[in-house]
Design a protein around this ligand. Sequence first.
Ligand SMILES: Nc1ncnc2c1ncn2[C@@H]1O[C@H](COP(=O)(O)OP(=O)(O)OP(=O)(O)O)[C@@H](O)[C@H]1O
Ligand SMILES: [Mg+2]
Length: 269
Amino acid sequence: MIIGIDIGSTTTKAVSIEDGKLTRKIKARASDAVTAATGAFGKIVLENGIKIDAVERIEITGAGASKINNDIFGIPTYRVNEIEAIGIGGMFLSGMSNIIITNIGTGTVIIEAGERGIFHFGGSGVGGGTILGLAKKLLPTAELGGIMELAQAGNLKQVDLLLGDITDTGLSFLNGESTASNFGKMLDTAGSGDIALAIINMVYQVIGVLSVFAARARNTGRVIVTGNGSKNQIGQKVLADISAMYGIEFIYPEFAEYTTAIGAGLSSN
Ligand SMILES: Nc1ncnc2c1ncn2[C@@H]1O[C@H](COP(=O)(O)OP(=O)(O)OP(=O)(O)O)[C@@H](O)[C@H]1O
Ligand SMILES: [Mg+2]
């Protein structure tokens, strides 16, 4: 058995891989990388009654991986490049190759993965962390559940400048409902729900459009969306609108929040 651990900027994920298959998964949180790695390892082992002897090796990746320089509890421990891990995990979970993978974590990274190899296409600091950070100063709650609840009742017309606000004719493939400027209107009557929705909308519009440009640049019509941020229901709706507008398909594999950890576990280090 191989244990893959992804020490992300916000969350740590651990998975077990046996005979090339994903068998178990857990999430953990800790304030430092060593506690995160040992804690996640302890959690997956204890919660599943795994015998330590059965663990052949540990593969660590993610932002915190560079802080782990020794074997964990005497088990051979290796570091895996995070881009490689996301590429391997994204191809495994989607069962597809020659794809763009957009990993929405605290920030966002865009990767191309296929027969030619796995490459870092680019990315953006706009991600899940942006939603939480803006919420801290702009909303009465900075907790994701509360932000989502507020956003359910939000109205973008209170916050965003829409094309219909400034022109009667639309612009090429854009119509009156398309965004001309995120936060570009901000009426005095804008409430917390409107702002919550506008924050999520802006984050996923940025991520969606960057993903579309990456997909077009690499002649593919498919983007695999991974990371905890891929689970955001409102974000998925924003991406669906972008999909309709640009003709690029966004695909959400099951267990996508474990993509990076799975890729580490499957890497042939
Ligand atoms: N259930 C959820 N639905 C939607 N978004 C979520 C959920 N849980 C966490 N998030 C968002 O996902 C972000 C963390 O995602 P993830 O755990 O993939 O990042 P990470 O791996 O720690 O960070 P990075 O990959 O950028 O180093 C948080 O900022 C939060 O906004
Ligand atoms: Mg991550």
